[in-house]
Design a protein around this ligand. Sequence first.
Ligand code: ADP
Length: 279
Amino acid sequence: MQQFTDKQIELVTAFAAQATIALEITRQVQMELAHATRVVAMGHLTGSLAHELKQPLSAAAVNADASSLWLMREPPQIENAKQSVQRIIEDVDRASAVIDRVHNLVKKAAPRTDTININDAILEIMTVVHGEVVKNRIRVQTQLSDSLPRVRGDRVRLQQVMLNLIINAIQAMSGLTDSIRELRISTESTKEEVRVAVRDTGPGLSADNLQQLFEPFFTTKPSGMGMGLSICRTIVEEHGGRLWANENEPQGALFQFALPPTDRADLDQIDASLGTSRY
Ligand code: ADP
């Protein structure tokens, strides 16, 4: 058997160290990009999020007025004042829940590995895009399987995938004049995978677009970055899954991603590609 010389071992060790550094840099760049696209995605929502915050805050102001009026009565109406104060607390809680959800999506956090209920993750994203859905007069249909196995991975990153697909779907439909604007989100599972589908009734995907959708910097939008889908695909693949697109029947686009359920996933492989250690 041929022995390695000290020089050869030294070289291989040096290469391995360099490869590790290169991988680490790639991962960091990828995380920065993922963060940037998340911020861009949230940027599309600013208007409707402001509306969503304004509503509980104005309700709190009204309830604060009411409670001071109850207290100024002669004699002061303590019970009624207490009720108004209770409503203020609820209003403020609602506002801070909106802020927390946005903050969780945009903050820079190291990748995590969680055991995730995909349906819950989708419902949370739906509350974030609610304002945009209303503003664009989009009808939403959700068909979430009630026997969905959990998946393993980084909840926020997977939510970023959903957010991107949903914002793309909304944007695709926002230009429609008189056709139906319908966003359909469904989940289902087979033995092999947990599948999420996002359908819209927008203009759909031309054969040309289908070829390039997932390429970095491919965009047909005047102010698009063209990074969303390519990052989404990387995220899904890091989770041991796949992401693809088709024409939707009878109209629009259909984006789907599939992830291995926890009992089938190679957990160590997922943890390694997310760059985290299992806890
Ligand atoms: P961006 O949104 O910045 O353009 P993406 O990578 O998310 O970047 O999308 C790339 C392109 O894919 C879009 O510019 C658009 O042409 C196409 N696309 C994505 N989603 C849809 C959709 N739901 N319907 C039609 N075209 C879409």
